[in-house]
Design a binder for this molecule. Structure first.
Ligand code: MF3
Ligand code: CO
Ligand code: CO
Length: 249
């Protein structure tokens, strides 16, 4: 396990890739409304990414067939966009990864389709807050396990469970680099955080059990009990005195 420290030149390239991912995600989110098909959003992400001289990293990654992951309601992660049409009340995670000049920016957020239930609104807000609590633990000298502790403490308070099967990750030239960033309490003893490390924080939180199952397509992960799930993701740089969120415009 080797956590690479990025050079200033690499960090500048990461900023550019991450900025494009954030812009793509915002624009994709602006398409979310009742009646839109998931593959229309996929088409936008595909075309916009190429127009900007980048490549949509999910496309053909370990056989993933589309350019973006779109996960609706009880889908936890890795939803494959198809002809499914969004309906009023759905909550949707869109996860965009752009590779620009050889470097990856990775981010996701929740979007509401029209007016959603209070229950759905609450878990969407909590997914963002859970991510921000995790990000708040990022600074030189901190342990990676501080991230999972902050997230799980918050989810305990809110009555949500934290998915254990999928993690955050280092990111750079590789889509998924070391380390694995766990979003739940753990006693992994990774090296402490240092300036120049870049990784994601992307907790998936569930209204019911944390357990997930994978559908027959080999990708789509859903909650075992069919309850709602929500997730948000940023790519972060450890700085001299804390962190910088790279996936911003
Ligand atoms: N973007 C996801 C992540 O945050 C990974 C998607 S892999 C894919 O790590 F193949 F489904 F695209
Ligand atoms: Co990620
Ligand atoms: Co992602």
């Amino acid at each position: 396990m080797k956590i690479r420290i990025k050079t200033p030149v690499e960090i500048e390239r990461m900023r550019k890739a991450c900025r494009l991912a954030a812009e793509t995600l915002r624009r994709a989110g602006e398409m979310v409304r009742p009646g839109v098909a998931l593959d229309e959003i996929d088409r936008f992400v595909h075309d916009f990414t190429f127009e900007n001289g980048a490549y949509p990293a999910p496309l053909n990654y370990a056989g993933f067939p589309k350019s973006v992951c779109i996960s609706v309601n009880e889908v936890v992660t890795h939803g494959i966009p198809d002809g499914r049409v969004l309906r009023e009340g759905d909550v949707v995670n869109i996860d965009v990864t752009s590779r620009l000049d050889g470097y990856h920016g990775d981010c996701s957020a929740m979007f509401r389709v029209g007016k959603v239930s209070e229950k759905a609104e609450r878990i969407c807000r909590a997914a963002r807050e859970a991510m921000m609590r995790g990000i708040g633990a990022v600074r030189p000298g901190a342990r990676f396990s501080d991230i999972g502790e902050a997230i799980e403490d918050y989810c305990d308070e809110m009555g949500y469970s934290v998915v254990r099967d999928y993690c955050g990750h280092g990111v750079g030239r590789g889509f998924h680099e070391d380390p694995l960033v766990l979003h739940y309490r753990n006693d992994e003893r990774l090296p402490r955080m240092q300036p120049g490390m870049i990784f994601t924080v992307e907790p998936m939180i569930n209204a019911g059990t944390w357990k997930v199952k994978t559908l027959a397509d080999g990708w789509t992960a859903v909650t075992e009990d069919g309850e709602l799930s929500a997730q948000e993701e940023h790519t972060l740089l450890v700085t001299r005195d804390g962190y910088e969120i790279l996936t911003v415009e």
